[in-house]
Write a new protein. Structure first.
Length: 553
């Protein structure tokens, strides 16, 4: 067959190009085969992506064994966990679209016939998926895998425990020595954060939407089996090229619904809302916040994972892998089995291969859900006309009404929490942290972890136009839209205003009259831009509302 890469590699006029490629070891035989771009997000700034360089070698071996020629290239990655609570965290969401753009540029420039994307930390997963859907070139996604849990005083630890320990230490509930012991024990090696936080949530999404082969994500990054998984992904992408199996044929409307159901059933991160909306735009699939509400409402919470549950991500692997979750969704009628996957097999065929570990307690039976509905709820009201999202996994209370404690950035709120200035019943409002206002929509795990650690999670709520880490738990409302920097109502809330949040009614309101709201919005003036040039300034001009995925266009 005539391949796109032949435009670069074949014919008399391409002799200069072949000469360049022969300089680095490619042969005429190599250049006649399908050229597979291996998009690697390896970086030495975090444990999440640390082993991807090694895994890429196994992917390339699989590509060669299946009759293709791999060409590896790198893109960027930002660690949410490392940069959390600092100015650096503003780069995280910005990196998602930059990752998508950079993969697209290299793939278009070199006219690859297929792409294998190696991902791990939070934004690399949706960023790569957005590029693959944009390009619509036969592709596969390989998730590097979760970190193993740390251990301290007989319990499993994740990075979540460290953030919460900071709050506990600030409140005098644990000593400096215990904080250091938790810090030293929490992260024992390479791999992405170990609960159903954003990375593992999006890895679940990749398998359920069909862009990653089933039962590849749950294998931990340091497990010897990961090499076999990587090799298989190399083979699969070559097969996808041979059969012209393209991402948009896989990521259909029913595939997106399967993915949303998996987020609901696993108690996944609120960031999945943002990223799936962005992916849907690239795939040309209609998707809205209401779809998340409707699918979550009908899908039971079945998987008992941190941050609110008992188990860590690697326990899913021990329970039998993602295929067990897929089979639960299929058996309960919560997923469409006809959806196609990257292997050429349907969702139902992949789920039928599930081998559940006897006696496992991580993935509940359909007859014994943790909750009858999923973990995501969309709220609307005069404070968020375009909507906002709360994760209700582990929440017992369904409403809160109290005085607003207003902060114009995350750092101000963090000082208030760790300084003991937040009291039971308060509703913390953090604004100007949205896609434009931040810029970059920082996650608030530092603040939310400190609230939990201070023993206030049962009495304090938090509202922000920023985001939350997948490790966040508690009464935390994010993605408020419109954001403050775009003239949204959250920007005119005043200290002491009464705010009412009702999950059952799916409402969020500041208790002022429509006339008062109109008057405040009329008087509001945008703040001075925080960046006058560079990537952040460019991002502010291009980024849209969180209610539509905060994509740049």
């Amino acid at each position: 067959m005539i391949l796109p890469s032949h435009t670069i590699t074949q014919g008399r006029d391409r002799a200069p190009a072949r000469a360049m490629l022969k300089a680095i070891g490619f042969t005429d035989e190599d250049l006649k085969k399908p050229i597979i771009g291996v998009a690697n997000t390896w970086i030495e700034t975090m444990p999440c992506n640390y082993n991807l360089r090694e895994l890429a070698a196994h992917v390339k071996a699989g590509i060669r064994a299946a009759g293709g020629t791999p060409m590896e290239f790198n893109t960027v990655a930002i660690s949410d966990g490392v940069t959390m609570g600092t100015e650096g965290m503003k780069a995280s969401l910005v990196s998602r679209d930059l990752i998508a753009d950079s993969i697209e540029l290299v793939a278009r420039g070199h006219m690859f016939d297929g792409i294998a994307a190696l991902v791990a930390c939070d934004k690399t997963i949706p960023g790569a998926a957005m590029a693959l859907l944009r390009l619509n070139t036969p592709s596969v996604v390989l998730y590097g895998g979760s970190i193993l849990p740390g251990h301290y005083k007989g319990r499993d630890l994740t990075i979540q425990d460290v953030f919460e320990a900071v709050g506990a230490n600030a409140a005098g509930r644990i000593s400096d020595e215990e904080l250091l012991a938790i810090e030293n024990a929490a992260c024992p090696g390479a791999g992405a954060c170990g609960g159903q936080f954003t990375a593992n949530t999006m890895a679940t999404v990749m398998e359920m939407i069909g862009l990653a082969p089933m039962n590849t994500a749950a294998v931990p990054q340091v497990d010897p089996r990961k090499a076999q998984v990587a090799f298989r992904c190399g083979e699969i992408v070559v097969e996808a090229v041979k059969h012209n199996r393209r991402p948009r044929q896989i990521a259909t409307r029913k595939a997106f619904e399967n993915a949303i159901a998996s987020v609901a059933a696993t108690g996944g991160s609120t960031n999945a809302v943002l990223h799936l909306l962005a992916m849907a735009q690239e795939a040309g699939v209609e998707l809205s916040l209401d779809d998340f509400q409707n699918i979550s409402a009908r899908t039971p919470l079945l998987v008992d994972l941190k941050p609110a549950g008992r188990f860590v991500a690697v326990d899913v692997d021990r329970a039998g892998g993602m295929a067990v979750i897929a089979k639960r969704l299929l058996d309960g009628g919560y997923a469409d089995g006809s959806a196609m996957t990257v292997t050429g097999r349907t969702f139902a065929e992949e789920a039928s291969a599930a081998r559940e570990t006897a006696g496992q307690q991580v993935i509940r039976a359909l007859s014994n859900p943790i909750k009858k509905s999923g973990g995501l709820v969309i709220l609307r009201g005069n404070l968020a006309p375009e909507g906002c999202v709360i994760k209700v996994t582990g929440l017992e209370r369904t409403r809160q009404r109290g005085p607003a404690r207003v902060f114009d950035c995350e750092e101000e709120a963090m000082r208030a929490v760790t300084g003991g200035a937040i009291q039971a019943g308060d509703i913390v409002v953090i604004r100007y942290e949205g896609p434009r206002g931040g810029p970059g929509m920082r996650e608030m795990l530092g603040v939310t972890g400190a609230i939990v650690g201070a023993g206030l999670s049962e009495s304090v709520a938090l509202i922000t136009d920023g985001r939350f880490s997948g490790a966040t738990r508690g009464f935390m409302v994010g993605h408020v839209a419109p954001e403050a920097a775009s003239g949204g109502a959250i920007g005119v809330v005043r200290e002491g205003d009464t705010i009412a949040i009702d999950i059952e009614r799916r409402s969020i309101d500041v208790e002022i009259s429509p006339q008062e709201m109109e008057s405040r919005l009329r008087e509001w003036r945008p703040p001075q831009a925080k960046y006058a040039s560079g990537v952040f300034a460019k991002y502010v001009k291009l980024v849209g509302s969180a209610a539509r995925g905060a994509v740049t266009s």
